[in-house]
Ligand binder design. Structure first.
Ligand code: TMP
Length: 393
């Protein structure tokens, strides 16, 4: 399978310029050695696969400094609780579950009564999972690292992943590994940011080093078919600004759901499965950049002070692509201790502790964590006469 881009099967159609690591929040003394990579986006026509042209080595992102904690969002904790309840309907007492990229254990905490195991390469978040008594291996999930399970003949009823499948450069190795560990009647279930939602919202900030692939039902169907697996269902999700849950089985005779049939039709209609959709998206991205810069420049002409809310990984793409620095946005408030008192990757906007937000008098707030808008605006409803905005409106 040619999941990697090469000149033959993949067309580069969009260039974001040089980008730092999206979660690479850094100290001043680290500015001079900051790592950048050329962020270009391409489309593999035969697999209908939207992907980065080049991606940094995952070890650069997923290590002891990885600052993304699933438990930092209340709505995500709730989402994983509901998701777990949905999965539990498929299980019995003896069932086993494996999670790829189990982060701080937020999801597996719901499966403590079952035989469970998580693979999490980032030490920072893995340590939290261990503290919470969640079984976690501090390793990347790949053929080499699952050898100990194969030797012990351990297989799983459900293999899950959330916002992690798109992080893995070698999809062949990943799918082979999952296939080896999946029981005959087992299911692979994962949720990933959805290409169709990104096109609809023009949320190009979904594209960054960690998101090597942006999947659709069409692409997942084609990729897993190559490995003798079958996509049988999809469930659209609101998380991460629009995601899709995919359900895959070994049973190639299994029927596909009506829901999936409808999504295939919708993806065709909206050009999610062809290069044409990429070119429409590219135009929309360029227009979005112009609109945002116009808005910010007008605010600056009026001498308005602007702050950011949520030092998200996504914000790294917006800030670096649009070249927005501390001359435009004074600082970004955030709750994550590993980001506070550091600077944003590439554009070096200071990150400040969220606890000072309430006492600050910023009225113009760039909501970088736009995917948590509901949760945040509820929390901040005491704050009157503010303009909350993002590149999406
Ligand atoms: P992410 O989009 O890369 O997951 O980052 C979300 C960031 O937003 C994370 O650093 C925590 C921060 N955040 C807040 O500061 N306040 C909030 O209310 C929420 C939901 C997130």
């Amino acid at each position: 399978m040619k999941c990697r881009i090469n000149k033959k099967n993949c067309k580069v159609f969009l260039d974001f310029g040089k980008m730092p690591i999206a979660n690479g929040f850094l100290k001043k003394r680290e500015f001079k050695n900051e790592y950048f990579f050329p962020m270009k986006v391409g489309f593999n026509k035969s697999l209908s696969l939207f992907q980065l042209y080049k991606n940094p080595n995952p070890k650069k992102m997923f290590n002891k400094n990885y600052p993304f904690y699933t438990s930092s969002s209340k709505s995500m904790i709730l989402h994983f609780k509901k998701y777990a309840q949905w999965i539990k309907k498929k299980l019995n007492k003896k069932s086993s579950i494996l999670e790829i990229g189990s982060n701080d254990g937020t999801f597996l905490l719901n499966f403590k009564k079952y035989y469970h195991l998580g693979f999490e390469p980032s030490k920072s978040v893995h340590n939290v999972a261990i503290k919470n008594n969640v079984k976690s291996k501090n390793k990347f999930f790949n053929l080499k690292n699952i050898d100990f399970l194969i030797k012990k003949k351990i297989k799983f009823d459900v293999i899950v992943g959330s916002n992690v499948i798109c992080h893995i450069p070698n999809q062949n190795d990943l799918i082979k590994s999952m296939n080896k560990l999946l029981k005959k009647r087992g299911e692979i279930i994962f949720e990933e940011p959805y290409l169709g939602s990104m096109y609809d919202k023009v949320s190009y900030d979904q594209i960054y080093d960690e998101h090597i692939f942006m999947f659709s039902a069409t692409s997942i169907n084609k990729i897993y078919k190559l490995h003798g697996l079958k996509l049988i269902d999809v469930l659209p999700q609101k998380t991460h600004g629009g995601s899709m849950r995919y359900v895959i089985t070994k049973n190639t005779n299994a029927k596909i759901t009506k829901r999936l049939k409808k999504i295939f039709i919708k993806e065709k209609k909206k050009n999610v499965d062809t290069l044409k959709g990429c070119y429409i998206f590219k135009k929309n991205v360029e227009n979005s950049k112009k609109k945002l810069l116009k808005k910010l420049n007008e605010m600056k002409k009026k001498n308005l002070k602007i702050c950011g809310y949520g030092a998200t990984s996504k914000s790294t793409t917006i800030l670096n692509y649009c070249k927005i620095g501390p001359d435009m946005i004074d600082l970004i408030f955030d709750t994550t201790k590993d980001k506070i008192n550091k600077f944003s990757p590439g554009m070096h906007i200071p990150i400040r502790n969220y606890k000072y937000f309430a006492e600050s008098n910023y009225k113009n707030i760039f909501l970088f964590a736009w995917n948590h808008k509901k949760e945040i605006l509820k929390k901040e409803k005491y704050r009157k006469n503010c303009q909350w905005f993002s590149h999406l409106n």
